[in-house]
Design a protein around this ligand. Structure first.
Ligand SMILES: Cc1cc2nc3c(=O)[nH]c(=O)nc-3n(C[C@H](O)[C@H](O)[C@H](O)COP(=O)(O)O)c2cc1C
Length: 224
């Protein structure tokens, strides 16, 4: 196994990476991290997560179809309730994250064309060699979403530990039809979100973006 970080360092090291080299992750290493992440807990141990990883020709085909769908002007049609409009301080933090990214990419707020192009990179998987789609039975709604999120973060940390970068993407569930067709998903299963992953392109401006965090005092109260 490649070099191993402690959990604290993996948590610190993980950040969303939005530009990749085209070097694929060896299949044995992929199986190692997805398998280790199976240890993630889930509600009543139902383990509802079903994952599809696209690479190579499948990834290229899906990328082409997703870019077409996202650029078609048609509204997004996610399988799950995802189009939340953030309010108040959440909206401010959303702007903060967008500013961190566009600032790193030298894109000014008013340049809609460049922002649009940066957004489209989501459906190009940020040039990553692999993308995972996290799916689950639709009836599970909230409980399933929690389980998939916990699995995904466990996976992201195990990847970070091994030098594999990732970016979780709600965007990959926005136009689900091409992926649904490729994976032959039955009607009662939905795509919740996706994740591009591979090896970071360390020279890419997008990868210089860093987000901040709220203070502990603003999100935590100890009661005794
Ligand atoms: C569930 C989820 C969905 C996300 N969707 C996207 C997305 O569609 N596109 C994107 O570029 N980043 C996406 N992100 C990444 C967040 O913007 C990022 O995690 C946040 O800004 C904090 O930055 P960090 O991951 O670098 O620490 C998503 C993250 C999560 C957890």
């Amino acid at each position: 196994m490649s070099s191993v970080l402690c959990i604290s360092n993996a948590v610190k090291k993980r950040c969303s990476v939005r530009a990749y080299t085209n070097t694929p992750v060896p299949q044995a290493l992929l199986e190692e991290v997805f398998s280790a992440a199976l240890q993630a807990p889930s509600n009543c141990n139902v383990q509802p997560c079903q994952i599809y990883v696209v690479s190579g020709a499948s990834k290229n085909l899906l990328r082409e179809e997703l870019v077409k769908a996202a650029g078609s002007g048609k509204p997004a049609n996610p399988d799950f309730e995802w189009n939340v409009r953030f309010q108040g301080e959440h909206r401010e933090r959303q702007f903060g994250a967008a500013n961190a990214l566009y600032g790193a990419m030298n894109i000014v707020r008013t340049d809609r064309e460049l922002r649009q192009r940066a957004m489209l990179r989501n459906w190009q998987f940020f040039d990553a060699p692999h993308a995972a789609f996290f799916t689950m039975a639709r009836y599970l709604t909230m409980t399933g979403a929690v389980d998939l999120g916990i699995y995904a973060q466990t996976l992201a940390l195990l990847m970070a530990e091994r030098g594999i970068a990732s970016c979780m993407q709600g965007a990959l569930g926005m136009f689900p039809d091409p992926a649904r067709t490729m994976f032959s998903l039955p009607d009662d299963v939905g795509i919740l979100f996706g994740m591009s992953f591979g090896y970071a392109d360390d020279d890419a401006p997008a990868n210089r973006a860093r987000t901040d965090r709220v203070t502990l005092g603003s999100m935590l109260r100890f009661l005794s």
